[in-house]
Design a protein around this ligand. Structure first.
Ligand code: SAM
Ligand code: FES
Length: 348
């Protein structure tokens, strides 16, 4: 039996088999892997593609991750923070455009304490009770995650970035800890959030064995969503001269994750669309079932620059959703108006 069939059947492979599949170069293997990933995805989510409205509400960040364009040491980043009213306006206009999930994403900005966020979350949920609210605001303490959940947040995205401690430490400053990041993810799960983790593909120093560790970590955490995209250098970071991660490996991993965790929500990310003009379409054809168009006001779009040449920084939300809908349709799938919950998720 070939490795793709074995993975589909057992939802697992040995470490060396995973390595072999991730490294596979021949077109037949790659095409078959994507074909089976699509078949599994369609058996669960049909042709539906879920939309997430991304609101990048602050680029202030106290962290200093070596890869990230909004790290605190980047003195050239023009900082901005949306007001509560601007955030609510983004949700209101997104709702009219058909979004039923909002993702509030930002740097780790000390302004957004629990006391600021809680009334904001409550107001978004009061205005749009039929929508899911996702937070992506980095590492916090368990008690804070609990309070934000109690206020109405449904989901949380926190990429683990890499499941290898030494590799993690090479991508982050000393004051950040691998153990704390892992603790955050388990806390979020225990509290009852639908959790998204994920890793960059091709981050400096990454080896295939690290990616196998990432897969093992996904098997253990069982996240509802897995966000992966290629690493892309940013000119004002210590990794400015590093190479962009491989689109090809990103696509193979999307398919592998689809076969390993068949129900999981898999976005075709903006980074994938930046590294390759047709990256998001290719992502969907590799088994992804989520896209995250940008709902942030256009005047701040080009300031949330995590990496160079980010796409969609000049487009109005309405244009972005129109463009995404067409792109998805072109490859035979359909954007649907739905909260797009994980298949087996039941909120207590
Ligand atoms: N502050 C929150 C956090 O840390 O989770 C949310 C924002 S953070 C900028 C979102 C994600 O962007 C990170 O988890 C990382 O995987 C990704 N990212 C940052 N810099 C990147 C780069 N140079 N290339 C690709 N992805 C990058
Ligand atoms: Fe944003 Fe195409 S998805 S402009």
């Amino acid at each position: 039996m070939n490795l793709t069939d074995k993975l589909e059947k057992n939802k697992d492979l040995t470490d060396s088999e995973f390595e072999e599949l991730i490294a596979a170069e021949d077109e037949d293997t790659k095409e078959y892997l994507a074909l089976r990933a699509r078949a599994v995805r369609e058996s669960i989510y049909k042709k539906d593609v879920y939309l997430r409205g991304l609101i990048e509400f602050t680029n202030y960040c106290k962290n200093d991750c070596l890869y990230c364009g909004i790290r605190r040491s980047n003195k050239n980043a023009a900082r901005y923070r949306l007001s509560e009213e601007q955030i609510l306006n983004c949700c209101d206009s997104g709702y009219k455009l058909g979004f039923r999930t909002f993702v509030l994403q930002g740097g780790e900005d000390a302004y957004f304490t629990d006391d600021v966020l809680i009334p904001l979350i409550e107001e978004i949920k009061r205005r749009h009770p039929d929508c899911a609210l996702t937070l992506s605001i980095g590492e916090r303490e368990r008690d804070s995650y609990q309070r934000l959940f109690d206020a109405g947040a449904d989901r949380y995205l926190l990429r683990h970035e890499t499941a290898d401690k030494a590799h993690y430490e090479s991508l982050h400053p000393k004051e950040m800890s691998f153990e704390h990041r892992m603790k955050c993810l388990y806390d979020l799960k225990e509290i009852g959030y639908q959790v998204g983790c994920g890793m960059m593909i091709g981050s400096p120093g990454q080896e295939i064995k690290h990616l196998v560790k990432d897969l093992r970590f996904l098997q253990e955490l069982k996240p509802e969503m897995v966000g992966i995209g290629p690493f892309i250098p940013h000119h004002d970071t210590p990794f400015s001269d590093k190479e962009t991660g491989s689109v090809d490996i990103t696509l193979k991993l999307l398919s592998i994750i689809r076969l390993m965790l068949p129900d999981c929500l898999l976005p075709a990310t903006t980074a994938l669309g930046t590294a390759d003009g047709l990256g998001r379409e290719k992502g969907i054809l590799a088994g992804a079932n989520v896209v995250m168009p940008n709902l942030s006001p256009t005047d701040v779009r080009d300031k949330y620059l995590l990496y160079d040449n980010k796409i969609c920084t000049g487009d109005e939300a309405a244009e972005c959703i129109r463009c995404m809908t067409l792109r998805v349709k072109k490859v035979g799938y359909e954007v649907v108006q739905s909260r797009g919950d994980h298949k087996n998720f039941v909120k207590n």
